[in-house]
Every structure is written in C-alpha cells, then in structure tokens.
Design a protein around this ligand. Structure first.
Ligand SMILES: C[S@@+](CC[C@H](N)C(=O)[O-])C[C@H]1O[C@@H](n2cnc3c(N)ncnc32)[C@H](O)[C@@H]1O
Length: 251
C-alpha cells in the first residue's frame, strides 16, 4: 500500500487512536507519552517556548509536550490523522471503532480530561505538512521530536540535513525509530542505514551520525523504547524504537 493510502485508512486510524489514547497492552508504557517524557528529561533546563512534533500521527505526544511548552506544533502528512488531532483539540474528546475480530469493532471514546491533558489543548496547533518540505513558518523551535518517522519518509536526508535551520541554538532534535526500512515507503538508495557500505555493515545510527554531524552533537548514548500497536484483540506488533538525542551546536 502507498504510504499516504496506509495512513489515510480508517483501520489504521483506529489502531493509532488506540495506540495514542487507549489502553496499555502487554505491560508496556504508552509510547507517545513515554517519548514526550524522555524528551522533557533531555531538555534539562533549556527554554520551553516552542516544540515541533513532526509526524505527530493522532497527536498524543504533542498534547504531552504541551504540559510543559508554551506552544507545540504537530505536523503530519496524513489528512485523516491531522483531522483527528484537530477534533481532539477542539472537542477534547475523540470516538473511534476499535478493530476486535473480523468485521467486529468496539466503540471507544477518550477524553483529554481523563488523561489529565485538558489544559493543553489551547497550546497545540495541528497542521498537514511534509517533513521533507516544511513551510518556512515552522521554525524557531527549542525541541523538534520525530517519533517513529524517519523510516517512513520518502527521502529522510531532506529532513535530517535541513532540520537544523528550524532549531534554536542549543535546542534539541529527538529522534526515535525502529529503523524498519521498507522500500514501499523509502527507496533503498535513500535508507539512512541498515545496508552494507564498502563491504562493511553501516547502521542507521552510523548514518544519523554522518548526516547530523555538521550541526549537532549526540547528547546521550542511544537507548531503546518499547511500543505495542494493537491491531485486533488477538494481534499486536511489539517493537523497539531507538532513541537518540542531538543538541544543535553553536555555529
Ligand atoms: C509510524 S507513524 C508514527 C507516528 C507517531 N509519531 C507515533 O509515534 O505514533 C509515522 C507517521 O509519519 C507520518 N508521515 C509519513 N511521511 C511523512 C512526511 N513526509 N511528513 C510528515 N509526516 C509523515 C505518517 O502519516 C504517520 O503518521
């Protein structure tokens, strides 16, 4: 399935709403919230004026960041996802049909209030956009967070090699990714890593270091964050996302 078609699909939308706002599955913490928490620990006294959640899907990380930041922009390529984010910010609730088995679904409702996020709605704004071709107004951020995004971009270098322009000096770029490269999303010549180069293994972390080196320094050693996406009552994807935190250096 084409990238845009997959993330516009109603079943995917319901799975992501459950992933962001639903129950905990198989004992793992809520990933979009854990990612925001990890970013906040990394911020460690830095200014908290503006954050960008790029590839925000249905928005949980943006709302979580807005507990702390003055303003958070959430951007996603999918119109269906961005519409749900806007609905959640406006109505402070969202309803969805959670896939259970075959054609069976359960009707679910989640509110910002039940997640302690009601006050955050006025500090978030959601936009349809392309991480590889960001509009000029999206700049001046203290934090840019890209959660499980880079291996879904059609040309990640367009994002990774220009994002420093949008980040304030000493601001952070937080990237989490399971590095599951697939040609249906990213042609192989654009994979950041996970390939052999000159006969040697070249990992995505190697590729990130190379692409980000001119403008960033790695703040911590990479660590792994688990996540569980519930597809149906009986089928789950259990994955691990590698978290790396990069500080924009003074030029
Ligand atoms: C695997 S999902 C992860 C989303 C979310 N950050 C999370 O952790 O749940 C990847 C997201 O990236 C979005 N996406 C794909 N290509 C994009 C692009 N070029 N610009 C912005 N978002 C994109 C998809 O629509 C989808 O919401």
């Amino acid at each position: 399935m084409q990238q845009s078609a997959f993330y516009e699909n109603d079943t995917t939308l319901a799975q992501y709403l459950e992933f962001h706002f639903g129950e905990r599955w198989h004992g793992e913490a809520n990933f979009p919230k854990a990612l925001a928490n990890a970013a906040m620990v990394a911020m460690d006294g830095r200014p908290l004026e503006r954050a960008l959640d790029i590839g925000c899907a249905v928005g949980r990380t943006s709302f979580e960041l807005a507990r702390h930041f003055g303003h958070v922009d959430g951007i996603d390529y999918s119109n269906a996802f961005v519409s749900k984010c806007q609905e959640m910010a406006r109505d402070k609730r969202v309803r969805y049909a959670r896939p259970e088995e075959g054609a069976l679904v359960s009707l679910e409702e989640r509110t910002l209030e039940s997640l302690g996020l009601e006050e955050t709605a006025e500090r978030v704004a959601f936009h349809q956009g392309d991480a590889c071709d960001l509009q000029p107004q999206f700049s001046g951020y203290d934090l840019v967070l890209a959660g499980n995004l880079i291996d879904r971009l059609y040309q990640p270098s367009l994002f990774l090699e220009t994002i420093h322009e949008r980040i304030n000096e000493l601001g952070l770029l937080v990237i989490a990714s399971p590095y599951t490269w697939l040609e249906e999303y990213t042609p192989k010549e654009h994979w950041v890593g996970g390939v052999t180069r000159n006969g040697e293994d070249f990992s995505t972390f190697d590729g990130l270091k190379e692409m980000l080196a001119p403008h960033f320094r790695l703040l911590f050693e990479p660590r792994s964050l688990p996540f569980v996406i519930r597809e149906t009552r009986n089928k789950f994807q259990h994955s691990f996302s590698e978290l790396t935190v990069w500080e924009k250096v003074r030029q």
